[in-house]
Design a binder for this molecule. Structure first.
Ligand SMILES: [Cu+2]
Length: 467
């Protein structure tokens, strides 16, 4: 675990078992030191070292914030600060986030816990933290100006509340919201049920939907963008930089998705049917669930869905808005499908010099395999290869890898699926019959249609012409 030595805890999930002993010594010092994460790689689940057992979540390209016990309070320390987040290899964005990353770390605790969350503001402007969906005292709700003073730069505020309900929640600023969320400030809060058997699953993935407008060659999002975003992210990562989701066949799996973008995202998963079991308003009773293959995640909302991973394979999981599975591209691209661009190429080459290459006469798939020169810090618009070639996707896309033989809680990449012989679509090698036109539909008992139909058309000159 690449956690920096600013930590007050040791740096592995196993060693974190000793966290409560470490913390009792540090308790006298007041504020727990802030743990910072330096890598965008998915970190292993953080098992609880005290209190009720639960199956911890795994955050795609993320991590869970370690805590310490101080008496019967569970203490966390969030630091709001500028961060550099790699969106995918080849592009880094200068964002604002928490504890070294955007999104911030996932906070996990248990229903009934008393939590104390220290929030230090290392941003150049004030902020607050709102606990979205959580039932807290009004004065802990984090709405700057309404329920508390804003947290000025350099200041630390304390939030204290008891966790009334289990479920899936999130945190984000309620202070210069448009700017701070467009800069990447957000994180998840998972409250596990007190009864570890309630709604228990074997694997539990969480991620947040994000969107940024970062022009090619630049590093900082345009925070005033309203709709025309060009980078669509799962946890501030784009495909092929998004972690895959390794799952063992037979596992019960939960996927929890929070949306803090400015539009809805219909999330589609291949190979399985599933049901929404939890929203940011709590658990969905069984009688109110229905099967789905795509669920819409509204703006400012969370949906968690459950499924049993019975089918082995490599299953795509992606937003079904096709522009959201693309990386940065111009949005004024003309459609040249069906246009012969050979002449245009000669003419433009004459004007601009060199060898101009128009593209798109047969669609845009050629972009998937092509490496074109681009400004520094700019991702190709669709990248990522599978075992059969370019996947031709970017943005909000990942792969659920269901395998027979994964160890429980093994989240390492099992590689591409080894398809059983005879189960992959294949090229037809035999003869192809000449195209035949379909026979015209006939009503029963109707006379056969005439072979030649005479049409009479009236042209604007008012005279009838025969054809
Ligand atoms: Cu989308």
């Amino acid at each position: 675990m690449a956690i920096s030595r600013r930590t007050f805890l040791t740096t592995s999930g196993v060693a974190l078992a000793g966290a409560s002993q470490v913390s009792s010594r540090i308790a006298a010092a007041g504020i727990p030191e802030a743990v910072t994460q330096m890598t965008p790689a998915m970190q292993p689940p953080l098992y609880p070292s005290s209190g009720p057992a639960y199956q911890p979540v795994v955050t795609l390209n993320g991590w869970t914030l370690p805590w310490r016990m101080n008496g019967d309070w569970k203490e966390f320390h969030l630091v709001a600060e500028p961060v550099v987040r790699e969106l995918a290899p080849g592009m880094k964005a200068h964002l604002w986030g928490y504890n070294g990353q955007s999104p911030g770390p996932t906070i996990e605790a248990v229903e009934g816990d008393k939590v104390r969350i220290f929030v230090t503001n290392n941003l150049p402007e004030h902020t607050t933290v709102h606990w979205h969906g959580m039932l807290v005292p009004s004065g802990m709700d984090g709405v700057g100006g309404l329920t508390q003073p804003h947290i000025g730069p350099g200041k630390t505020f304390v939030y204290e509340f008891e966790l009334k309900k289990s479920g899936t929640f999130m945190y984000h600023p309620h202070s210069d919201e448009m700017v701070q969320m467009a800069m990447g400030m957000m994180g998840m809060v998972i409250i596990h049920p007190r009864d570890p058997n309630f709604m228990r699953v074997d694997r539990d993935f969480v991620f947040m939907l994000g969107s940024f407008r970062i022009d090619p060659g630049s590093y900082v999002p345009k925070v005033a963008e309203m709709l025309d975003f060009n980078l669509w992210t799962f946890n501030s990562r784009v495909f092929p930089g998004i972690d895959h989701m390794p799952v063992r066949q037979g596992d019960r799996v939960r996927v929890r998705i929070a949306n803090l973008t400015m539009t809805n995202h219909p999330i589609h998963m291949h190979g399985h049917h599933f049901s929404v079991t939890c929203t940011d308003g709590g658990w969905v009773p069984e009688s109110a669930r229905w099967p789905e293959a795509t669920i819409d995640i509204p703006v400012g909302a969370i949906r968690a869905y459950d499924f049993k991973a019975d089918a082995t394979g490599d299953w795509a999981l992606h937003c079904h808005k096709s522009h959201h599975t693309m990386n940065a591209m111009g949005h004024d691209v003309k459609n040249y499908i069906g246009v012969d661009l050979k002449d245009v190429r000669k003419k433009i080459s004459r004007v601009v010099g060199g060898d101009y290459m128009p593209m798109g006469s047969a669609g845009m798939a050629e972009m998937g395999a092509m490496e074109m020169p681009a400004p520094d810090n700019t991702l190709p618009m669709m990248t990522g290869f599978g075992q059969f070639g370019p996947i031709e996707m970017g943005g909000m896309f990942t792969v659920v890898k269901v395998r027979e033989n994964l160890a429980p809680n093994d989240y390492s990449d099992p590689g591409w699926y080894q398809h059983p012989p005879g189960t992959v679509a294949f090229e037809w090698q035999g003869d192809r019959p000449a195209p035949a036109s379909a026979p015209a539909p006939q009503r029963k008992g109707a006379a056969a249609p005439p072979k030649n139909i005479e049409l009479k058309a009236v042209k604007p000159d008012g005279k009838a012409h025969r054809h």
